[in-house]
Every structure is written in C-alpha cells, then in structure tokens.
Design a protein around this ligand. Structure first.
Ligand SMILES: [Zn+2]
Length: 130
C-alpha cells in the first residue's frame, strides 16, 4: 500500500499550516471594508435618528408658534371688522378661515357660534348702511 493512503494524526505543525492557509483565503481587506461599511451604516442610522428627533421638536415648536399667533390674532381688519372668509362645505355648514393667522373655525369650535353671529351682524349692518 502507498504511504499517501495511510491516515496520519494531525500534528501541531499541520495545524499551523492549516491556519496559515485559512488566512490566505480570508480576505482581510474585504473584512476591514465590511466592518467600515457596518460602522458607516450605524453612524447614518444615528444621524437619521437625531434628525428625526430635531424634526419632531421643530414641528412641535412650529405648532406652538402657530397656536400662539392664532390665539393672539383678533381675526380683524384695521377697521375692526372681522376678516373671516366663509366657505360652505358639502354638509351645508359654513367654515371660516382667517387669512392672517390661518385659523379655521369649523362647526363645533368653541368660538364658532359667537363668530358666525358677529360676522353675520357685521355684514347685515354694512348692508343697511349702503
Ligand atoms: Zn386670525
């Protein structure tokens, strides 16, 4: 029988050689590149999360500023008449909007009935004056 068919125990030298061969097949540059890409993706995720947090904050600030403007707005022109533009919706209800602060008054709004009464009496008053 030829010697090559004989089974031999793995010697420490053979183990070293196997490790050396494995390191030839594992592309270390490729591994480093993959690691870099993973880190870059993680950084991008973090940046996106931070940006989302900022966006939420600015949106809240914008909404708060809009609310403050609408609350301080009298929805009136310089001559103190109401500057509300009404639009009749498909349900037959009139909705009002202030072009200055963009506040909308829909039926059910706490000020709606009061405003519709004031705007109508104002318009009736103006009509009588003409
Ligand atoms: Zn207004």
């Amino acid at each position: 029988m030829p010697a090559k068919d004989e089974k031999q125990p793995i010697t420490p030298e053979m183990l070293e050689m196997m490790k050396a061969m494995k390191s030839i097949f594992v592309d270390e540059e490729d591994e480093a590149r993959k690691k870099e890409e993973r880190e870059l993706r993680a950084k991008e995720r973090d940046a996106k999360a931070r940006q989302n947090a900022i966006d939420r904050e600015t949106e809240q600030q914008r909404m708060a500023a809009k609310k403050a403007i609408q609350e301080s707005c009298l929805h009136q022109r310089e001559d103190n008449t109401y500057n509300l533009h009404g639009q009749r919706g498909c349900d037959g209800q009139v909705r009002f909007m202030c072009p200055l602060c963009l506040a909308q008054f829909v039926p059910g709004h706490p000020q709606y009935n009061d405003l519709i009464r004031r705007v109508s009496s104002e318009r009736l008053g103006n009509a009588r004056q003409v």
